[in-house]
Design a protein around this ligand. Structure first.
Ligand code: NAD
Length: 370
């Protein structure tokens, strides 16, 4: 042992993955962990299968520069668990899984590396189904699909970029929230503050504009906000004012953790509903929003449009069929809002309970059938 050991920052990897915080505290949930190292192509990846009660584990593959392999493992374990809950709440017959490819400093992502990754997915015989996530492209998915049938969102089998479906789902969710608050889902003359005009945010802006909403938009990219100003007559505001804007709905569509100790007291909108992942800096902010009387659409319920589309899409599926399924996001959110109001609970807690119930019921049915 050298003195350098004291400088190791990734404590997770000094212990077995079985003792890893996310794994150990999640007894009976994560089912499978696969560490892949292909020396020929340089591929280093982790596939985490969290729960397959509802079906094969479906979740994207992330390509990311992690500071430590422990950080990559933590990400895979957390994200795969999140997919179990998201897929359960979206009512699709899939469990939760996620893969991460550890980007290496001096080694670019190559077709060979992606094909090696596909071959490993192939060996899992459909227990894990992959899709696009941060750092991956449609072309990357097509490389993976050369070696496995268990890749979605490819040119051959998929829908391509899922963000239009995510935007439609968020649009449905905003209408459900308005209906819950005002007894009417209409967007005419409602004011929405959209934070982030990227793939999802811009398409959401278009849908809201067509439905008659007044838009306030913010982004660190001035080209996007100017475009929205010209195209939709949107009022451009600084990104740091998006949450405190005098609007009916605050729609975070950029970063996570935007509901935090400094923003919570400044939110003016009655509704928080947007696509961003992990909007609550921690679960306690769900309670804080509830206490302030703000209706929060849990992020993983409202942003499920992309995964619903990926799960539904086949070569034969019509676009209209997928879009019809996106309406279920509005129904699920209405159910969450109603239960939360009746039981005086934060909506994020109710969403977790509903997902958990669906998993437990499916597990009981499986036990029954066995
Ligand atoms: P994107 O990268 O295309 O867009 C993000 C936008 O946010 C960019 O325009 C960026 O300039 C802007 N931005 C960055 N920092 C900002 C800040 N401080 N203030 C205001 N704007 C800022 O991403 P996307 O695909 O549109 O996804 C948006 C969010 O929705 C992300 O949190 C993503 O994880 C989540 N999400 C996306 C999908 C999907 O289908 N794309 C699905 C589920 C969840």
């Amino acid at each position: 042992m050298s003195a350098n050991n004291s400088m190791v920052t990734s404590s997770q990897f000094l212990i077995s993955p079985f003792e890893h915080e996310e794994f150990a505290h999640d007894t009976g949930q994560h089912e499978n962990l696969l560490f892949i190292h292909c020396r020929k192509t340089g591929l280093k990846a982790i596939i985490a299968i969290h729960n397959t009660t509802l079906g094969p584990a479906l979740g994207g593959c992330r390509y990311w520069h992690y500071d430590t392999s422990g950080a990559a493992l933590t990400d895979a374990l957390r994200l795969s668990k999140g997919m179990t809950y998201k897929n359960a709440l979206a009512n699709i017959p899939f469990g939760g899984g996620k893969a991460v490819i550890l980007a290496q400093k001096d080694q670019p992502k190559t077709p060979q590396m992606l094909q090696a990754f596909g071959a490993h997915i192939g060996r899992l015989s459909g227990t894990y189904i992959t899709a696009e996530d941060v750092g991956m492209s449609l072309a990357d998915m097509d490389e993976i699909a050369k070696k496995t049938n268990h890749a979605r969102g490819t040119t051959a089998a998929g829908i391509g970029d899922p963000s239009p479906y995510t935007a439609t789902g968020v649009f449905e969710g905003i209408k459900a929230a308005l209906n819950h608050c005002y007894g009417n889902p209409t967007l005419l003359n409602r004011t929405i503050s959209i934070q982030g005009l990227g793939l999802v945010g811009y398409q959401l802006a278009r849908l809201l504009h067509v439905a008659g909403a007044k838009l306030m938009v913010s982004d660190i990219n001035a080209i996007a906000t100017q475009k929205a100003h010209q195209e939709f007559g949107a009022k451009v505001i600084p990104p740091e004012q998006a949450h405190s804007a005098l609007a009916d709905v605050y729609a975070p569509c950029a970063l996570g953790a935007v509901i935090n100790s400094s923003s919570i007291g400044q939110i003016q909108a009655k509704i928080v509903a947007g696509s961003a992942n992990n909007q609550l800096a921690s679960d306690e902010y769900g309670q804080a929003l509830h206490q302030k009387g703000i209706v929060y659409a849990p992020d993983y319920a409202i942003n499920a449009g992309g995964v619903i589309a990926i799960a539904t899409a086949t070569k034969q599926t019509a676009k209209q069929e997928i879009e019809a399924r996106l309406h279920s996001i509005g129904h699920t959110l209405s159910e969450i809002f109603t239960i939360a109001a009746k039981q005086n609970l934060p909506t994020n807690e109710v969403a977790n309970q509903l997902a958990q119930e669906r998993l437990e019921n499916a597990a009981k049915q499986m036990d029954h059938a066995a």
